[in-house]
Design a protein around this ligand. Sequence first.
Ligand code: NAD
Length: 366
Amino acid sequence: MTVNSYSPEELKKVDPVFGQISFDGHEQIVFCHCKDSGLKAIIGIHNTVLGPALGGTRMWNYTSEWEALNDVLRLSRGMTYKSAISGLDLGGGKAVIIGDSKKDKTPELIKAFAHYVHSLSGRYITAEDVGTTTPDMDLIHTITPHVTGISESLGGSGNPSPVTAYGVFVGLKAAAKFQFGTDDLAGKKIFVQGVGNVGETLVKHLSEAGADITITDITRERVEEIAKKYNTKIYEGNDLYAEEMDIYAPCALGATVNTETIQKLKAKVIAGAANNQLAQEQIHGKMLQEKGIVYAPDFLINAGGIINVFGEIAKYDAQEALRRTENIYNTTLDILNRAKEHNITTHQAAMAMAEERIERKKNEQK
Ligand code: NAD
């Protein structure tokens, strides 16, 4: 898996921090080092207009510090828009720890990182991401209160994936309503790519809705298990994008919607959990628009997880988190209608709506 779309050589061509390709007016970038534990981490705070910057900590074996910096800049910016569009009083932030989570992660390293989070006095609040787990968050919680995604026994919200999947399900239904005139999924031919934590629960909802589901995953045992459990078909071909389908639900990797796949795609709706589905937002958003394929913006419909952890900041209320997640249906429809009305891509419409909310708040604060 590559985490960046730029090579280390490309990243080195520009100024080290404020000139970076993914620098976008970030408020604060904190470089953290602890000699004793070996910690090397970067915390990126993109924007705190709406509230404290919340976003997970990714531990990844980056090929260079440039790559780590670019990743934290890109991810923290994404969190600003995800929270803004979801109506959460949260800003955007993210952290990266440089290292292999399987080999280099020690309690000392995680605790050293926690001290840095604490030093920011709540401007940045952390959570899990790739390479970090709920037990890591519990350990961070022994040092600082500025952490979410902790165990339910400690007052946390537990695994966010079921809530994420529910948000994807309602977002997918809204996109179906827009494209087909009905959100009844009975008989709709839906391909779910990736049946991990989120994909499985999405399949459960789709199956209850009577959809005609085909699944695919790189892990054969997983596909067989899920197919048996929810009575779905298994995709046995080798060119999923060219298959006849109503809805494509990417729930594995990013960048699967690109020039090559869009040319083949027969789906009329794209709605799934994967982050960064469009390889290049402007180019591929436009291609989808021209082809009449309705794309439900990923950062909008996969926001159930952040909505869930947001609840932990006050006192976690599972019902309230579900109610907010359910609202993804209305927001998705608003955005699709807006995109049509203004003849812009759905991604642009979603970004504009998020930016408007931030601007409104900024003006109130003046
Ligand atoms: P996961 O790791 O549990 O599941 C991903 C699944 O995709 C795995 O079963 C894996 O085998 C499969 N996969 C990997 N490459 C594949 C390929 N080329 N083709 C088919 N299947 C492939 O992850 P998850 O938590 O279910 O998250 C799925 C996606 O949703 C990710 O992109 C993640 O970033 C995004 N997301 C997740 C959450 C959450 O709450 N978990 C929130 C927001 C976004």
